[in-house]
Design a protein around this ligand. Structure first.
Ligand SMILES: Cc1cc2nc3c(=O)[nH]c(=O)nc-3n(C[C@H](O)[C@H](O)[C@H](O)COP(=O)(O)O)c2cc1C
Length: 181
């Protein structure tokens, strides 16, 4: 019932395939088992249902905030309900699936290899490391992010973290691997 109510709200949106360039549109969903005082009484059912319905929309991707973000980040045991949601969404949604939330190089690789996601997105690590892919490739140390600059409204914390070449006082090098082209 919860699912149907929410799906009704969902289906009142214009499906992207009614618009031009439908396959270029993605969708971002934020769902944790619990966020502050917001919780679902049956998140597995709701998100299983949404993931299945989204197959009709021919999306370029579905991007979800990792429901077990804290556990992945802190290397603790994830809430099994959260992992069940992840597995259910994978099973129901047939398109490209992106997760963000709490990943580092190794946990991202692990989720990709287990087939839980097609792509992993990074937020805070990318803020603090403008050359993040390059650092991952080299297994170089990362700059720590400074949460006090997240919502300051200015440029501080967005344009001033050093690249690896700057830290090594070397000539700047290309941080993008062009071999994927
Ligand atoms: C400064 C900052 C601003 C963010 N703004 C938004 C936002 O506007 N909407 C949103 O859904 N998520 C937002 N996020 C969450 C990120 O998209 C991402 O889901 C989150 O940082 C978890 O990924 P991470 O562990 O790789 O950082 C923001 C995160 C940060 C650090």
């Amino acid at each position: 019932m919860v699912c149907e109510t929410r799906m009704w709200r969902w289906t009142t949106f214009t499906p992207p395939h009614h618009a031009a360039n439908a396959a270029r549109r993605g969708l971002f969903l934020l769902r944790r088992v619990q966020t502050n005082d917001i919780s679902d009484d049956d998140p597995e059912k709701v998100f299983g249902c949404i993931a299945k319905k989204l197959n009709d929309f021919d999306l370029a991707y579905l991007h979800i905030v990792n429901p077990v973000m804290a556990a992945i980040e802190n290397k603790t045991t994830p809430d099994p309900r959260g992992l069940r949601m992840v597995d259910l969404i994978r099973k129901k949604f047939r398109g490209t699936l992106i997760y963000a939330g709490g990943f580092d190089h190794d946990t991202a690789e692990s989720w990709l290899q287990q087939g839980r996601a097609d792509l992993i997105a990074f937020g805070r690590k990318f803020l603090a490391n403008p050359d993040l892919p390059d650092r991952f490739r080299r297994r170089a140390p990362l700059n720590a992010d400074d949460p006090s600059t997240y919502y300051g409204g200015g440029m501080r914390g967005y344009v001033d973290y050093p690249t690896l070449s700057q830290q090594r006082k070397a000539e700047p090098w290309l941080c993008v691997d062009l071999r994927w082209r």
